[in-house]
Design a protein around this ligand. Structure first.
Ligand code: SAM
Length: 203
């Protein structure tokens, strides 16, 4: 299975409450991935053994379930696990657009909830590590109202699972809740009302 990395290096940037919210979203992420016909091999990287993310994950899953999950969780850094040229950090603040999904790349998603006081946190991290970055083609496919284009982690996994199988952004981006935008620009192939049933978190 193609790896998909979640970067748990943001512990010190978040309050306890934000860590709890992030972990709630990660439970959804793992659930969507487990039920998918073509799942990713999830890697939870930079997970500190006694850190607050880890404590919260074990609390929410129970240690027995946590140990049995089909997730590779590690305190190691993804730059030490994968070839650098394969890594692409996904961040809404990237100047580059992810035009098409590449099955040979390893995409990285920041395991954090949105914070208006710290915009650009994951872009800054990717830049420091000198990694390629990309943002989802939201402007290209959706009519956006004003407001942040940061999606939640459960929305991100559903989009990535869909684009991986269909290769079609028109389908994958139906997982962006309608309240965030005002419809698809082109090739409207699915009734937008299907979005209204999308369950998810708000940033
Ligand atoms: N202000 C935060 C930051 O510094 O990125 C927002 C975090 S966002 C809630 C959680 C993660 O989802 C991000 O780190 C990124 O990996 C991914 N993400 C959210 N929206 C995205 C978008 N439009 N394009 C690419 N990645 C996105």
């Amino acid at each position: 299975d193609q790896p998909l990395v979640f970067d748990f290096s943001y512990e010190s940037n978040m309050s306890r409450r934000e860590v709890e919210n992030t972990v709630s979203q990660m439970l959804e992420v793992e659930g969507w991935n487990r039920r998918a016909t073509d799942p990713f091999h999830l890697h939870f990287c930079n997970l500190q053994p006694e850190g607050s993310y880890h404590q919260e994950l074990v609390k929410r899953y129970s240690p027995e379930v946590w140990d049995r999950l089909l997730v590779t969780s590690t305190e190691r850094h993804y730059i030490d696990l994968f070839p650098r040229e394969q890594l692409v950090y996904l961040t809404a603040d990237s100047p580059n657009v992810l035009h098409s999904f590449d099955h040979s790349k390893i995409y990285i998603i920041g395991a954090l909830v949105d914070r208006s006081i710290q915009p650009g946190l994951s872009l800054a991290n990717a830049k420091r590590l000198k990694l390629a970055t990309a943002r989802l083609p939201l402007d290209e496919f959706l009519h956006w109202e004003s407001g942040a284009k940061n999606l939640t982690l459960d929305q991100m996994i559903r989009i990535m699972l869909s684009i991986k199988v269909t290769g079609k952004w028109e389908e994958a981006l139906t997982f962006v809740p309608v309240r965030k935008h005002d419809g698809l620009h082109q090739h409207q192939i699915k009734p937008l009302s299907t979005n209204k049933t999308t369950r998810g978190f708000t940033n």
